[in-house]
Design a protein around this ligand. Sequence first.
Ligand code: AMP
Length: 361
Amino acid sequence: MPSKAKPSKKRRASRATAVKSSRAKARGKPAHKKKAASSRRRTGKPARKTSKAKAKSGPKGAKAVRISRAKPGFKLIRRVADMKKYIAELRRHRRSVALVPTMGSLHDGHLALIHEANRLAKVVVVSVFVNPTQFGPHEDLDRYPRDPAGDRRKIRAAGGDVMFFPDTAEMYPDGFQTVVDVTEVTRDYCGASRPGHFRGVATVVAKLLRIVEPDVAVFGEKDYQQLISIRRMARDLNFDVNVVGIPTVREEDGLAMSSRNSYLSPAQRQQATAMFRGLRKAKRLCESGERDAAELGAVVLDLLREERDLEIDYVAVCDPETLERIPEVDREAVLLAAVSVGDTRLIDNIRLGGSTRRRRR
Ligand code: AMP
């Protein structure tokens, strides 16, 4: 398998700076604006509002209108060969590339990944592909929400440069028979409830990494087991990519944003919030000194059991890297949960532990 040589940190930084300054020049930005923009990119601070932007966001307290970050030259690419050709061209110009893999029907959680990708690399490729191999035979592949026109608009407005939107035959041509199986970290939790799911995820992400060869790939912590398994795969298979995880973006009531939330009736939607309420309660309890994993899990289970339509799949306190269950939160840990609300499967997690003191028993 061909691999690309990894430039040193310093070379990467200077490469990125060189690319940025040449683009700024091309756009004819004045020098002080170039400097401010590059410092913002480093620190992650938002731009100070101009009077024009202030006028757009309206009076204090009013709902802010999202300001478009659209870049010129946005591309929609449907063929693997075209994607590879475009990436080769970017590489010739020493552009850094970030990949954001998605299944589309984009919401603000996905957009947060695109924003982060924009901070980390010059060119952002967002793949939109409802990957059939990660759905079980009785899962929601056919009814999974699809909105390519809306996705294209959102990717562009969020500052993505390319929407890679292949069809199934393009990703899995006739005769396709190779899989990537990350074994241990996918064994339990969603891996146990959805046999073959993570094999489908790892296989498609491996393909996307080969096609786009990004410097950075950005994933959400919401799908925690997925993030860990992709990190494992990238290390194990020597993908020269930095796998970055982004905190979960939530609705106002705490429910983790998900394309599948659109399946929920208003009553189910209300019940679904119990998962995050439970996780948050367990976190608070942990912060106040409770270290016993079973006690912390029980707090979540109690809240979930109060909801009539929720079926609990798992609640587990585990090591954040190996995902092995731990009996006690005596270091950093992650509390994972999955439920079904009617036919809709929802997952969430919260980080626990760190430096809080041990409770006396
Ligand atoms: P999906 O389209 O559901 O396959 O998700 C694509 C990427 O977006 C994955 O890396 C997810 O973890 C991430 N993602 C989905 N929902 C959220 C969210 N609420 N907050 C942050 N990232 C998310």
